[in-house]
Design a protein around this ligand. Structure first.
Ligand code: ADP
Ligand code: MG
Length: 705
């Protein structure tokens, strides 16, 4: 790009005709518009269509804005001094509405004339029982029509402060028009020719022109397509470049062989045949860990798909090559369970497996630390305690992180620094499938493996939704299941803000269940996060051993707990849980061969979103579908890790609505970087330039992880 051109685009906004220092200040403050280019990138957030002109009789106060067309039948000055205001009455075939101005009266008086036809745009409010519109945007019908070729009018974000400076949506549109005239034919292309041809994209300049002043519906659509594609492509280039960069910078450990531990376990201790999906994923991990590059892999598999075993097999490969391994879980219960499972799996094999959590006693802790540094421990399992500074491995080769959504990117990075000169491979496991578009963006620097198959013999959990009024029916069903030898979870919400209230709900629930399921026929247990760990473990253990019939609990049992004989999950106040949480909870049942059930209890009054969540749960058990629905309902902002990822800064593309384009952009970005990783070919010069610009603005978030 010609540096002259960039100079023009970098011109401070006050130098645009019609702006000046006062307006520049509000533009900076309210819309972060500092330079010409920022104004160019300030896209309308929606468009009005001539078709959207309403009748005055249709006006109601719930309308955010309304477009009206009519004749001014009265203009009147009222009040004196500071209370002075100008009112005008607009009339169409259906009625009249008052327009009012408190400021800029002189200007309005010259412009708004009795007897002429106008188009008015603004927010209707009720004032002394009648509708009026304060400070509407107003123009003559002739102006209005001249301004829109096919009737599409941009609407820009504005604010009170901007409006006071005459920068309502129309005012901003005027400035943008001036700017476009100033930079006409000077907006550089930032995409390579071949992409523009391949996807039949508008040029950069045409796109800007039509996003601000669409000549017609088709061109507006084309402009959006071009700008979204561009935005997503650059995002993918950033993500993939940082991935390449890391692959180059970080030396991975090479696992040369698959040795005795793996083979011995596989041939003698593995209690069942691996599913094909498990086999495939183990191969993927094997392939990754022998290349010399550091593995950074996300393993997604629905609850119960057998991720633990995949982790264990991977750890055995590391151990076969003389390295230590660790596995981090989000809760103490889960860490304990992994410890038990893995110890049991390994049976008589002479491997040292240890557990380190917050409640590990000091003496034991000391012993673990020294054994770690001596290299006497092969597998260390634990909670966050694993990333404390005191934990130093002799040679950590593989770190497994279970239930990834609980950990931030930060913690992943911390684990890597455990060794000073070598970077262990990292396997991150999650049972909350991440929608593909998110996996490509937020977690775009990870490779993804998917276990898309459950071990044989599992029946999908049957899910129903009942209102609280059906409680007796549900109790009868529970009794019947217990009679058949099954066990039941009853889960209550426990949400930080109202913990005491929730705890009361839980205790009330426990008492009521204890009444309906009395001793000695029924044994009821209870667990929640506020209990002493020993008591919690005791209760969990009793349930696991089948000594309790019903376990009343909070979401502490959400992740990982594995009791195959439990076949019913009752979720109280299900409307208060998020979708992924409901899915996790449901995953606690359906682990054995029997038909399992999930009963969602809710009050009768449900918000639209809550109803959709419960309906989704009833309709599908597919974790991917649920994750997609969750993303659509909540938007990407609520999902862990998205805030720092930059996807919230997308100006025009949406990773929810433009899913297909995210994929296309990723494929193209991969293609470009695979042939030209440094973007040094002449045809990619524009890309290189744009990325540099972006890096200097954003501080390159892509490198954070
Ligand atoms: P998750 O993916 O939810 O962590 P787990 O690893 O806890 O799942 O596995 C769920 C259950 O399935 C465990 O009891 C485990 O022993 C069992 N399992 C794992 N793989 C297989 C398999 N290939 N065949 C049969 N059962 C399996
Ligand atoms: Mg698990």
């Amino acid at each position: 790009m010609n540096s002259n051109v960039q100079q023009i685009l970098d011109t401070p906004i006050e130098f645009l005709k019609g702006v000046g220092p006062m307006r520049a200040e509000v533009l900076k403050k309210e819309l972060s518009i500092f330079r010409f280019e920022d104004l160019l990138n300030n896209f309308p957030f929606r468009y009005y269509d001539k078709k959207e002109i309403r009748s005055i009789s249709e006006v109601h106060s719930a309308m955010p804005n309304v477009l009206l067309r009519g004749r001014i039948v009265a203009v009147d000055m009222q009040g004196v001094g500071r209370a002075q205001r100008l009112t005008a009455v607009l009339q169409d075939d259906t009625g009249k509405i008052e327009l009012v101005w408190f400021q800029g009266i002189k200007w309005v008086k010259e412009k708004v004339l009795k007897g002429f036809e106008y188009v008015v745009f603004g927010k209707p409010t009720i004032f002394s029982g009648r509708f009026n519109i304060a400070h509407p945007e107003i123009e003559t019908v002739a102006q209005f029509e001249a301004n829109l070729a096919e009737g599409i009018m941009p609407v820009y974000n504005s604010s009170e402060a901007l409006k006071r400076k005459g920068l309502d949506s129309r005012g901003i549109s005027k400035l943008t028009e001036i700017l476009l005239k100033t930079v006409v034919q000077k907006i550089p292309e930032n995409l390579p020719d071949n992409l523009i041809k391949k996807y039949r994209l508008l040029s950069h300049e045409q796109a800007f022109r039509n996003i601000h002043f669409p000549q017609n519906e088709t061109l507006l659509h084309e402009a959006q397509k071009r700008l979204k594609f561009e935005e997503l492509l650059f995002m993918q280039l950033q993500i993939l470049r940082s991935k390449i960069y890391r692959a180059k910078k970080l030396k991975g450990i090479v696992f040369q062989t698959v040795g005795d531990n793996f083979n011995n376990f596989y041939n003698h201790y593995l209690p069942f045949e691996l599913t094909n999906a498990q086999k495939r994923v183990v191969k993927e991990i094997r392939r990754d860990t022998c290349t010399g590059a550091q593995m950074n892999r996300l393993l997604q598999g629905d609850v119960g798909s057998g991720k633990t075993l995949v982790a264990l097999l991977s750890m055995l490969i590391a151990i076969d090559n003389g390295y230590q391994t660790c596995m981090m879980a989000p809760t103490e219960i889960l860490a304990q369970q992994h410890f038990n499972t893995i110890s049991k799996f390994l049976g008589e094999m002479s491997l040292q497996v240890r557990l380190l959590t917050g409640s590990t006693k000091t003496a034991e802790r000391k012993k673990i630390f020294s054994d770690l540094e001596n290299g006497n421990i092969h597998i260390l399992i634990g909670t966050h305690a694993l990333i404390e500074n005191a934990v130093q491995f002799k040679n950590l080769g593989l770190a497994v992180i279970d239930e990834q959504h609980r950990f931030g990117v930060q913690q992943r990075a911390q684990l890597w620094t455990k060794n000073h000169d070598i970077v262990p491979h990292v396997l991150v496991m999650t049972a909350t499938p991440i929608p593909r578009t998110l996996a490509m963006t937020v977690y775009g620097d990870l490779d993804v493996s998917i276990i898309d198959e459950l071990p044989p013999g599992r029946k999908p959990v049957k899910t129903v939704h009942y209102y609280d009024s059906k409680r007796l029916l549900v109790f009868a069903f529970m009794r019947d299941q217990i009679r058949q030898g099954r066990q039941i979870y009853v889960v209550y919400p426990l949400i930080e803000e109202s913990e005491t209230l929730d705890l009361k709900d839980l205790m009330d629930g426990y008492n009521s269940i204890s009444r309906d399921f009395p001793l000695p026929d029924y044994q009821i247990g209870i667990v929640h996060g506020k209990m002493k760990p020993e008591i919690k473990d005791y209760e969990m253990q009793r349930f696991k051993e089948g000594k309790t019939h019903i376990l009343v609990a909070t979401t502490v049992i959400e992740v990982g707990v594995d009791v195959p004989n439990a076949s019913v999950m009752v979720i109280e106040s299900a409307e208060r849980f998020g979708l992924s949480q409901l899915h996790q909870l449901r995953g606690r049942v359906g682990r054995g061969a029997d038909q399992s059930f999930c009963i969602l209890m809710s009050s009768f009054k449900l918000s639209q979103d809550a109803r959709l969540r419960l309906e989704t749960m009833v309709q599908t058990t597919d974790g991917f579908k649920i994750a997609e629905a969750d993303l659509k309902l909540r938007g990407p902002g609520d999902i862990v890790g998205t805030r720092q990822s930059g996807i919230m800064d997308l100006k025009i593309a949406s990773i929810v609505q433009d899913e297909a384009m995210v994929k296309t952009a990723r494929i193209e970005a991969m293609e470009i970087l695979s042939t030209d990783p440094n973007l040094s070919l002449p045809e990619n010069a524009t890309l290189q330039l744009q990325l540099r610009k972006m890096d200097s603005v954003s501080g390159n978030w892509g490198m954070i992880s």
